[in-house]
Design a protein around this ligand. Sequence first.
Ligand SMILES: [Zn+2]
Length: 408
Amino acid sequence: MKVNAQRLLEDLETLAHIGRNGDGGISRTAFSAEDAAARQWYKDRCDASGLELRCDGLGNMTAGLPGSWEKPAIWSGSHIDTVPSGGSLDGALGAVAALECVRRIAEEDLDLTHPVQSVVFADEEGNYSHLFGSYGLVHGYDTSRLDSMAGREGDSLATALQDFPWRTGDIYADHRIDPGRVRSFIELHIEQGPRLEAEGIAIGIVRSIVGLGGGEVVFIGRPDHAGTTPMTMRRDPTRAAGAFLTRLAGVAASVSGDAVATCGLITLEPGGTNVVPERAHLSLDFRAPDVEQVDALARNVTRIAHECAAAHNVECEMRLDPAVQPVDMDAGIRDHINAAARRCDLSTIIIPSGAGHDSQNLAQIAPTGMIFVPSHDGRSHSRFEHTDPDLLVNGANVLLEALMSLAR
Ligand SMILES: [Zn+2]
């Protein structure tokens, strides 16, 4: 049995037009009008196939056959929100392919032991909080946490949700699910990295989702006049910052070939072309596939920050966020995916995921696996996100095979 490739690709194309900007990027921020329009489209597609759609208090949506809600279900899905000016496949592929699999199973009227349902997680891209919907569904949020969340524009989450039609029940009470509801979970996603394409492999079977650390390093010197302070008398934090940045790649490489470290934001205070700054704030994001490596990155980044500060006669303050631990994908689900790919006659490799996904939350309550398809040039979170249609269809077919083998 195969997915309906034409319907899958047409659905992806239609969804890609909801929230599309003039430059070709797609902006479907969680709980925006564009998100609501995409959800209406998704519901229409469910209606057309006789599927029932249910929402929870946080806006997570689950689609299944009307009689499928009593038994624990096999879930598949992803998200349909995007980063500002994002691409057409991140999240959308997994959400639409899961819907397609549930439709195909319904059309064939297969007698499966376990129901298969398709799920759309709210605010995966974290306008309000990283992996917002799946985290709430698995761990639950307390009232104060929900009330304190604000979006990029400073708007309150509670207000946005209260006014959002695509949720049901009470925001605070109706979101955490009974863990027994989900038997297993598989998410199909684009790789968002270059490896599958470079190696000519059709299917990536995710071994683990990276652990993530981060925070901020602040170098503190002395503000001075840019014209009258001799170079030898300055305590300029940008010198330490520069030295630190040139050593960041070495820190990642010394920990592991899969480790990465990034400074994506630099702010100088007070900030002026004719002022030697007093402070340089550098954001930090570092990731690695296992716990020890994330800890080693934190230690080594801290050490070089202090060395660079000392070498340039400035102070250094370090603030590290609590690390998000790496999550292993379930070995049994990986076997199901591998066997499914073999039945589809597709090549596979085992790879780590360098990006966070809803799967890392679902893995806390159910055996979970992820399927990757290639990303052209590894591009993602931009309008240049692209995967050839036949590679998308491959991924959906492997997903369908794996879901059916779990459901039998
Ligand atoms: Zn995604």
